[in-house]
Design a protein around this ligand. Structure first.
Ligand SMILES: NC(=O)c1ccc[n+]([C@@H]2O[C@H](COP(=O)([O-])OP(=O)(O)OC[C@H]3O[C@@H](n4cnc5c(N)ncnc54)[C@H](OP(=O)(O)O)[C@@H]3O)[C@@H](O)[C@H]2O)c1
Length: 263
């Protein structure tokens, strides 16, 4: 039987490459995004804004009309908003949390009943190292990914008796259009003595030098093929060393280092 996977944010970047890899692996792949691309590469696209619960329910309803089961959900859709906390508008805060965190929650809620009835399923969250290394001037992005990590862990415990596994994949910099799509607010840059622009500029420079999305897609495939997915995972040696450092080093030291790098 062909296995079914749903990948959110499948129109470009990490989601696109991951969806293509899953197609090559023999999965029937559904891709959710707002702007359905012309070039589909075997991915069945459904237009859906993951931050809108009604749209998510409709999209998964359509998939479940066609498929008996959804074996895999990759919660990948995401975006970044940067700026100083004191100048962030209610709309910006809401958007950041709605797309990255609520979107993952809504999509997970939409697949749980079918996975529970089938007695199996895997939900993988594309998170960020910003979840454990909170970034100044990207506070709400960091909050959204810390939320994703907590949600993945709590959900994994809830669903374990139904043999549904969760995994949060914390990524370092990846070379995608994520950087170009970031919504940047420089309000208060002078008050903050140029720190907002410097911090975001540094981050963007390292994203442009980051790993290829193919490396992430390979990691996703490897994680999904494991009999038991780890609860937490990273991609690449540098990320593994960083997560180890987080476990070994005192919080004060890590925060001081983050202040030097991005403060
Ligand atoms: N790139 C990095 O350095 C990096 C590092 C750590 C973690 N990540 C995480 O990796 C994930 C993928 O990022 P990426 O680098 O591949 O970025 P990307 O190239 O900008 O792709 C983002 C994808 O998400 C979709 N998307 C955005 N908002 C959406 C919404 N409201 N509803 C549905 N789909 C939406 C976009 O499609 P539409 O615009 O058509 O909706 C697109 O397909 C994100 O969760 C991001 O936080 C990225």
């Amino acid at each position: 039987m062909r296995r079914t996977a749903v990948v959110t944010g499948a129109s470009r970047g990490i989601g696109r490459v991951t969806a293509e890899r899953l197609v090559k692996k023999g999965y029937r792949v559904y891709g959710l995004c707002r702007k359905v691309p012309k070039e589909k590469a075997g991915i069945r696209f459904i237009s859906c804004d993951v931050s809108r619960k009604a749209q998510v329910e409709k999209a998964f309803g359509k998939i479940l009309e066609r498929e008996k089961q959804i074996h895999v959900l990759v919660n990948n859709a995401g975006m970044g908003i940067s700026g100083a906390v004191e100048f962030a508008t209610e709309e910006e805060i809401e958007k950041q949390l709605s797309v990255n965190l609520k979107g993952s929650i809504f999509c997970s809620q939409a697949v749980i009943p079918a996975m529970r009835k089938a007695g199996q399923g895997r939900i993988l969250f594309v998170s960020s190292l910003a979840a454990i290394f909170p970034l100044p001037f990207q506070s709400f992005y960091s909050v959204s990914k810390a939320g994703v990590n907590a949600f993945s862990d709590a959900l994994g415990i809830e669903l374990a008796p139904f043999h549904i596994q969760t995994c949060t994949l914390m990524l370092n910099d990846v070379k995608t259009e994520f950087t170009d799509y970031r919504e940047k607010c420089f309000e208060g840059n002078e008050i903050y003595q140029g720190r907002i622009a410097r911090s975001v500029g540094k981050m963007e420079a390292s994203e442009r030098q980051g790993m290829e999305p193919e490396t992430v897609a390979e990691t996703v495939i490897r994680l999904l093929s494991k009999r038991r997915m780890p609860s937490h995972a990273t991609a690449g040696t540098a990320s593994r060393l960083l997560t180890l450092a987080d476990r070994l080093l005192p919080a004060e030291f890590v925060l001081r280092l983050l202040a030097v790098l991005y403060g």
